[in-house]
Design a protein around this ligand. Structure first.
Ligand code: PHE
Length: 445
């Protein structure tokens, strides 16, 4: 049996995990949620969840991976035979997310190339986005390009592929975001947006906002998808998990905040302070922002930088999902990495096509009343992920011996151990049930 690959050190691991965590959620959801639910107030609630519940789950997942040196299915089985299915759910979530995530990755790619060839006016025109995504062939080709790039990185391996690319892309992402954010803040009217984003507004406090913070935290940290278990299985025994998790969380929340600085003041400046202009999701990124960029002095440059940065965020997340599937195939079936990457790539490309076609020629096909892409998003994020997370927290909190877990995580102080136990045993399962109920209700409510 081959020796398991390892990250070259703590920094490589932190950047790879941060690369997974920093994704579309940070860029197109966090700023919107923060602005909607009370600005600084939402940020505070979000950070509270990050350092309590998020911290406990992320540390346990990484510890579980390193303890067992296996990808999710094997890792769970090794702890308790009956829990192998939790690993299966995690891998299934990853395998079902990458295909449609890659469809969106393809759109980002298309925009990047449009800006690179000077097409900032075209990108800002009213029908550009809809015409593009409803076409049958073109979005599929961009999706395939996105998958091939991500798969190539995974093919190169943990140290020479995943770690290497994150070491370059993550710092680059920060530099580009800072540049765009600073430029955005110099625009006339930007300060009103900044105030709207940051000043805590207690009148906008709502239970809905608290739930949104909880769900966002969970998704943003890439929890319950087997990612942290898999990356943890490549972490050297010498590295301290507790400290690494703190750094990953600071990185992830920092980029989410930075995305708000990039987006909210600029949208405000462009729309003359209209709050309605600030949406979330594809509408914000592919329709509103290109219009905002077109109104700026350096349209091409800002658009190019922005989509480059988003592409970096999306590729590094897609890689982490692919790695879960690839390493599971290698571990479970003993096939080579090359074969495993090949099969995974074929699967992801084929599975992604319906999600892409569902925007155009297959738009009449809906499942549970949802378009195909939204259906996969719903099944994975609103149902399977919280469900898997619930079993995961029960297992981590009640079936893995605590001392072993705390030792693996590097917890020494008594207070920290008690805090961790309360979080993982009691708080995590309760919060997860709340996420599960609220996400199902909000989709069909
Ligand atoms: N954590 C990523 C984000 O915030 C989302 C993600 C989803 C990452 C699925 C990997 C896999 O956007």
């Amino acid at each position: 049996m081959n020796k398991r690959s390892e990250f070259s050190g703590r920094l490589g691991f932190i950047l790879a995990a941060a690369g997974s965590a920093v994704g579309l959620g940070n860029i197109w959801r966090f700023p919107y949620l923060a602005a909607k639910y009370g600005g600084g107030l939402f940020v505070l609630i979000y950070i509270f969840f990050i350092v309590t519940f998020g911290y406990a789950i992320m540390s346990s997942e990484i510890a579980l991976g390193r303890m067992t040196r296996l990808s999710p299915v094997g890792a769970y089985q090794k702890i308790d035979k009956r829990f192998g299915f939790v690993g299966v759910i995690a891998v299934l979530v990853a395998a079902l997310i990458v295909p449609y995530y890659s469809v969106i990755g393809g759109w980002i790619f298309k925009y990047l190339v449009t800006y690179a060839s000077g097409g900032y006016l075209e990108a800002a025109s009213d029908s550009f986005f809809v015409d593009f995504i409803t076409a049958p062939a073109e979005p599929v080709l961009w999706q395939i390009a996105f998958v091939l790039i991500s798969a190539f990185v995974v093919f190169k391996g943990v140290k020479n592929g995943i770690e290497k690319i994150n070491r370059v892309l993550m710092p680059a992402l920060i530099v580009i975001s800072l540049a765009i954010a600073f430029y955005g803040l110099t625009l006339p009217g930007a300060m009103d947006g900044l105030a709207y984003y940051l000043i805590p507004d207690f009148s906008r406090f709502s239970v809905e906002g608290v739930l949104a913070a909880l769900g966002q935290m969970f998704y943003s940290l890439s929890l319950a998808m087997g990612i942290m278990i898999t990356y943890g299985s490549y972490l050297s025994k010498e590295d301290n998990i507790d400290r690494s998790v703190r750094h990953i969380e600071i990185f992830d929340s920092g980029v989410a905040m930075l995305a708000g600085f990039m987006i909210i003041p600029a949208v405000f400046a462009f729309s003359g302070g209209s709050r309605e202009a600030l949406g979330a999701g594809p509408g914000l990124m592919f329709i509103t922002l290109p219009k905002v960029f077109a109104a700026m002095d350096f349209s091409s440059l800002v658009g190019l930088g922005f989509f480059l940065m988003v592409l970096f965020a999306a590729v590094t997340s897609a890689i982490s999902l692919l790695e879960v599937v690839v390493s599971t195939l290698c571990d479970r079936f003993g096939i080579s990495r090359t074969k495993s990457v090949l099969w995974t790539t074929v699967f992801v490309i084929i599975m992604g096509m319906p999600s892409s076609l569902g925007n155009g020629i297959w738009s009449h096909i809906t499942i549970l009343d949802l378009p195909i892409l939204d259906f996969f998003d719903f099944v994975t994020n609103a149902v399977l992920m919280p469900l898997g997370a619930l079993f995961m927290s029960i297992m981590l909190g009640h079936f893995v011996p605590e001392e072993e877990m705390e030792k693996e995580m590097g917890l020494v102080k008594k207070g920290k151990k008690i805090f961790y136990r309360i979080m993982i045993k009691y708080v995590a399962p309760i919060f997860i049930v709340v996420i599960l109920l609220s996400s199902v209700l909000s989709t069909f409510g």
